[in-house]
Design a protein around this ligand. Structure first.
Ligand code: ZN
Length: 318
């Protein structure tokens, strides 16, 4: 053994349905054919295989209403939970205005998903991720009151925030406002490493350790704060992807966030062309995307990192 600290890599997958992307891009009525259940029925099995190849247990953030609507997806997620993967709460209906809802509605979004995700996993979820990365102090209090151990919604990426602001302004100018919302800009100053948020200030480290809820921010690079998530790994040129991964692996904890749609095969999964036209990641072949993620996970192993689920992050027991 060298004296070097072994880094931990937690891979999570947000299982946002294709309908979510319709809301972001203001595309109107979501698709009803194969694309409707494509994320749980077509993409999720590809993630299961990818993770099995790397002997990795991941965290899946599940939208409660999608579980209720899809018995096939529910069965697969139950199987994955029994195999040691973690199921987290991604709200009941994935409203992008979640953090702007009145407290009772926010609580209902958490509680309904808590019940169906817990029933599917066989154990109550202890981790939460907000839709569109927008969290607030009130939501964290609701999670604490329900025994949640961590939240993983904070995404302190200036590049992502800036790009999202530009696209949303353009859509507003075109008279087709996005269904998405921008987070509080204070998120850009949030710590990059796990922390216990101060009361009333989700983006600030609180005083003292305590046993409160832990925030597990999504990975960004130091200084430039480039977002190291599935979409950026898939669309980046090879050299940039390898660079971002190498930098992220230098941190003691690498919280790698992916989305179900990252392993969509646009043609075979019948993703409508209107959506494919708006998302460059959907225009990459499934082979390319799998190769990018395979290479990333292999790089983590080569660097001596250990894969953990988010519920097993060191910060929760520190
Ligand atoms: Zn989501």
């Amino acid at each position: 053994m060298t004296g070097q600290r072994q880094s931990k890599v937690a891979v999570s997958v947000d299982l946002d349905a294709v309908a979510c992307y319709y809301r972001i891009h203001a595309l109107g009525e979501p698709p009803v054919g194969r694309a409707r259940f494509a994320i749980l029925r077509r993409c999720l099995p590809r993630f299961a295989e990818l993770f099995a190849r790397h002997d990795l247990r991941a965290t899946f953030f599940v939208v409660g209403a999608d579980l209720e609507a899809d018995g096939e997806g529910r069965a697969l997620l139950g199987e994955l939970a029994r195999a040691g993967h973690e199921l987290g709460n991604h709200t009941h209906t994935h409203r992008y205005d979640f953090a702007r809802l009145p407290s009772a509605e926010m609580a209902a979004e958490i509680d309904r998903a808590h019940a169906v995700v817990g029933a599917c996993a066989g154990a109550a979820p202890i981790g939460f991720r907000a839709p569109g990365y927008a969290i607030n102090a009130e939501a964290l209090d609701l999670l604490r009151a329900r025994g949640y151990r961590y939240d993983s919604s904070v995404f302190p990426s200036a590049a992502y925030y800036g790009a999202k602001a530009v696209v949303m302004a353009a859509m507003r100018a075109l008279g087709r406002p996005s269904g998405s919302f921008l987070d509080d800009p204070r998120v850009l100053l949030a710590p990059r490493a796990p922390y216990r948020p101060a009361p009333g200030a989700p983006y600030r480290r609180g005083a003292g350790a305590g046993d409160g809820l832990v925030e597990l921010p999504i990975a960004v690079t130091p200084l430039a704060r480039l977002h190291v998530i599935g979409t950026s790994l898939i669309v980046a040129p090879d050299w940039l992807r390898r660079h971002m991964v190498a930098v992220a692996l230098r941190a003691p904890f690498f919280n790698l966030e992916l989305h179900g749609i990252d392993l969509a095969d646009a043609e075979a999964d019948e993703i409508p062309p209107a959506l494919v036209a708006r998302q460059p990641d959907l225009r990459r072949s499934l082979g390319h995307k799998l190769a990018a993620l395979d290479e990333t996970l292999a790089a983590a192993q080569a660097a001596g990192a250990r894969f953990v689920t988010l519920r097993d992050a060191d910060a929760l027991s520190a």
